[in-house]
Design a protein around this ligand. Structure first.
Ligand code: AP5
Length: 232
């Protein structure tokens, strides 16, 4: 199954993707995470995108499409994958569609996670990550057991440099301008589902899984579903 998690920064795409990896046994493809690894390793690509990411701008469509195609060609994607934070522009969505066609990959199911902006701001300013393994924490709901130390690998807990109030606001503007048009784009393609991300992590996860159940029950039908009707 090919899933795409769509939504503004901080709605919980990464959090849900990690749970889905465990449940479905398919890989998470997070363009943000891939780029952060390049930055951390100071590769030519990392040096190229570091400032762009720091400012909360979008990396160019060409670069993103190249790294995604390379990743989707890997054998672990053969049984499906979870796209997290990609595509983020209409040209990326069109590029993705060409890649899926070229690699003979079946239908993509888009799950939009919706959270009001005030809550996003609260979540992102209290988000912390492990500098070593990337595990995501939240000081308000899931702090590390030992202060500043990752429960998983013992790495240092840090704040992402794009998680400052100003940069978060800028990322939300960019989302509104460049990424939100994808909602309409995918709604028209009839493979779009919408989930209320304001619920606790487990309930959001249950809703995403119920989309999967619905799809399995209705393999032959087209699938526009709103698991919950949400007012934004
Ligand atoms: P990326 O890493 O993709 O950042 P993002 O889209 O801004 O998403 P986030 O990681 O901020 O949020 P999330 O939705 O994953 O939330 P999370 O689960 O962590 O991209 C970073 C940068 O890379 C971009 O700005 C851009 O420069 C570049 N980039 C990446 N992809 C690109 C592309 N395709 N094109 C161009 N440029 C690209 O949760 C957030 C917090 O909330 C956590 O603390 C979590 O614990 C908490 N939380 C999660 N769920 C809940 C819940 N249900 N209730 C309460 N708290 C919750």
């Amino acid at each position: 199954m090919q899933l795409m998690l769509l939504g503004a920064p901080g709605v919980g795409k990464g959090t849900q993707a990690v749970l889905l990896v465990k449940e479905l046994g398919i890989p998470q493809i997070s363009t943000g995470e891939m780029l952060r690894t390049e930055v951390k390793n100071a590769t030519p690509l990392g040096l190229n995108v570091k400032k762009i990411m720091h400012l909360g701008e979008l990396v160019s469509d060409d670069i993103i499409l190249k790294i995604v195609e390379k990743r989707l060609r890997k054998p672990d994607c053969a049984n499906g994958f979870i796209l997290d934070g990609f595509p983020r522009t209409i040209p990326q969505a069109e590029g993705l569609s060409k890649i899926l066609h070229k690699l003979d990959i079946g239908q993509l199911h888009v799950i939009e996670i919706v959270v009001p902006h005030a809550e996003i701001l609260r979540r992102l300013t209290s988000r912390r990550i492990c500098s070593q393994c990337g595990r995501v924490y939240n000081l308000l709901i899931t702090p590390p057991t030992e202060q500043n130390k990752c429960d998983e690998c013992g790495g240092n807990i840090i704040q992402r440099d794009d998680d400052t109030k100003e940069t978060i606001k800028h990322r939300l503007e960019i989302y509104r301008e460049s990424t939100a048009p994808l909602i309409d784009y995918y709604q028209k393609k009839q493979n779009y589902h919408c989930v209320d991300g304001l619920q606790p992590v487990e309930s959001v996860f249950d809703d995403i899984l119920s989309v999967r159940v619905k799809l399995a029950q209705n393999r032959n039908g087209s699938a526009i579903s709103n698991v919950k009707l949400i007012k934004t």
